[in-house]
Design a protein around this ligand. Structure first.
Ligand code: SF4
Length: 392
């Protein structure tokens, strides 16, 4: 099975108030130092995999540059990373190669280098097409600039252009959300991700909401009910614009579903390089998989600290296969689950599934289980309830 590669570039021009990723503002020297370390890590991949007894496929069919804002790399830095990838892996001719970018932050030289190196998918962090909402969370772009950026990328030859949106940001109303969805129609995108704003301690805005403060427009964050209604509206409106939903947060035109993310949902092997990057590889001998992750702090990443590889036990692998599989709208094939993990484990879920189908949070059809729209809105609760007997 070919491998997926993830490369983290954790630098941004400014930190958005809602962001809970391991990213920050870095100067030129810090970025250059980081790229050197990233290249060293890629060159050491095979030796590292051998040392922990993991199987590392040579063929690669997806590469994903995330962050951070990897479009801020210099062209020669991007080329150095690709040279390291090609020294150590074979990137298949049809490989899906994605670059995350911020609107207005991908200059002509970097775009030219990206296309020459084979990047064929660009995903822009828009979050909102409404100018006041984007500015309230620290983004510098306007909705019109985003539209121009999409057209520029298409004209330059990028066939697969996508955007991320967030429902639940400060100042958002149902009316303004509809304005954002209308602009999605004008943007002629191939792919769209719609996330709900996560209120947690890991972002400055989330922490401010939790402590009841007023900074970062924390008092104007959309209520949970409104954010859910906005998500539901997106699920209904986006198909009218030609997108079909294929995962809890993802929508695509025909032929443009993310192959890289599918690896996470189907538990296919992937290797992550860079800050806070996670990996899952199959064991070189015997069954099962190994997981490990890189340091979350830049200073520690420089010291090449990684978590110790952990074996994914069968029970854990089964739970993952259930809740990751249910993220996809096609759901999970019951027979395949039985074949992979045994009928006894699957039987233990049946009573819970029946109850969840009865309350219209799940469906069962043609030998598959899946989440209904209501179930997708409370997916974490559903995952907890369906897995209760397994966890007990
Ligand atoms: S949301 Fe994206 S652009 Fe904003 S700080 Fe986080 S990683 Fe950077």
């Amino acid at each position: 099975m070919p491998l997926g590669l993830y490369l983290s570039v954790p630098f941004c021009k400014a930190k958005c108030s809602f962001c809970n990723f391991a990213s920050g503002v870095g100067n030129d020297a810090a970025v250059e130092r980081y790229v050197t370390q990233l290249v060293e890590e890629i060159d050491a991949a095979r030796r590292d995999a051998d040392r922990i007894g993991a199987s590392l496929p040579h063929l690669v069919d997806t590469v994903y540059f995330g962050g951070g804002t990897p479009s801020l790399l210099q062209p020669e830095q991007l080329r150095a990373i690709f040279a390291a990838l090609r020294r150590n892996f074979e990137l298949l001719p049809h490989a899906e190669i994605t670059l995350e970018a911020a609107p207005g932050q991908i200059d002509d030289a970097l775009l030219g280098a990206a296309l020459e190196e084979g990047i064929n998918r660009i995903s822009l962090g828009v979050q909102s097409f409404v100018d006041a909402e984007a500015q309230a969370v620290g983004r510098s772009h306007t909705g019109d600039e985003c539209l121009q950026e999409f057209h520029r990328l298409h004209r330059a030859g990028v066939a697969n252009v996508g955007a991320d949106l967030i429902a639940g940001l400060p100042l958002q109303t149902m009316e303004s959300w509809m304005q954002t969805l209308r602009m999605v129609g004008e943007a002629e995108l191939e792919h769209l991700s719609v996330y709900l704003f996560e209120i947690d301690e890991d972002s400055r805005l989330g922490a401010e909401v939790l402590r009841g403060g007023e900074r970062f427009h924390a008092t104007r964050v959309a209520s949970e009910d409104l954010a859910s209604a906005m998500y539901e509206r997106a699920c209904k409106e986006l198909p009218l614009l030609g997108f079909s939903q294929y995962e809890i947060s993802n929508f695509a035109r025909e032929g443009f579903r993310s192959a890289h993310n599918r690896k996470y949902w189907t538990r296919a092997p992937y290797f992550g390089f860079g800050l806070d990057a996670h990996s899952m590889l199959l064991r070189a001998e015997g069954d099962g998989a190994l997981r490990f992750a890189n340091a979350e702090e830049l200073a520690s990443y420089g010291m090449k600290t990684r978590t110790l590889p952990q074996t994914v036990e069968q029970d854990e692998a089964f739970e993952e296969a259930v809740f990751l599989g249910l993220r996809m709208l096609e759901g999970i094939e019951i027979a395949a689950l039985e074949e992979r993990f045994g009928a006894v484990r699957v039987k233990a879920l049946r009573q819970n599934v029946r109850e969840l189908v009865g309350t219209e949070l799940m469906w069962e059809d043609a030998g598959r289980w899946g989440l209904t729209l209501r179930g997708r809105l409370v997916s974490n609760d559903v995952f907890g309830r369906i897995l209760e007997p397994v966890a007990a």
